[in-house]
Design a protein around this ligand. Sequence first.
Ligand code: KIV
Length: 302
Amino acid sequence: MSLWTSKDRVAGRGAPRRVSGLAPHELLGPKGGEPIVGLTAYTAPTARRLDRHVDFMLVGDSLAMVLYGMETTRSIDLDTMIRHGRAVAQAAENTVVVVDMPFGTYEHNREKALANARRVLDETGCDAVKMEGGAALAGTVAAAVRQGIPVMGHVGLMPQKVRSAGQFRSKGHSDSARRRIVRDARTIADAGAFAIVVEGVVETVAREVAERTPVAVVGIGASAACDGQILVTEDMTGLFDAFKPKFVKRYAELGRLMEEAVIAYADDVRHRRFPGPEHTFRKRAKQSAAPPDRKGPPPPSG
Ligand code: KIV
């Protein structure tokens, strides 16, 4: 799905701007089509890798744990999310970019929520924000959407409510929990969210959420019953291997590959095999006007 090109993004406060004019519900296309593909991106190099292959990228507050080594997602601040969001939005030319509103920036005060969400949109150039919360958040979602701020919801397991690593547990096991999750999703959709992430719920609940929610339901740890899937890129590529949740499928072992590369480099340095002649600058035969830099052509050898 290609919604914008780089030409469509114009500079504003140092960040590109949304100019698509798409209504929020159009951001991910109609419900019921081909499954939606989402992955997280926290940095420009990752965004460039994903750009042509996914329907949306999420600058998730999971970066607190994955990049910054924090125990939960609750300690990351708005400025950090904006910095990562801007890097990703500037690198992603073809894909919808959604940035997570971090813990403490939107749940308790509606005016503050709207001001913070507007900052995220304006200062990153992203297309939408994501907010975790059930029915109690519906008024804030509706107010944001009325102000032209596209919102993706997030129900089920809400990591911002988790205070320690041991509390990441699947949801929806009791009948009351099932009813609450289905109602949360429905209420947030009715408030105007263009899509809902449902995380860490049992399959029967995911199916009911997908069937009874009028907008796209994107699952993570929520079975194949959803309208699409999202994973944390570092989980599915094996770059983050502190632990592996049951719902993650590893498509590569980049963490192991990286460690093998580091071991080979360290061995080469210790045995004076690196740097070799091909990595070594030598005095030029003739003076040239412009000294070579990292991006320039290699200096003449000999
Ligand atoms: O922060 C995040 O990466 C997320 C996904 C797990 C959906 O919210």
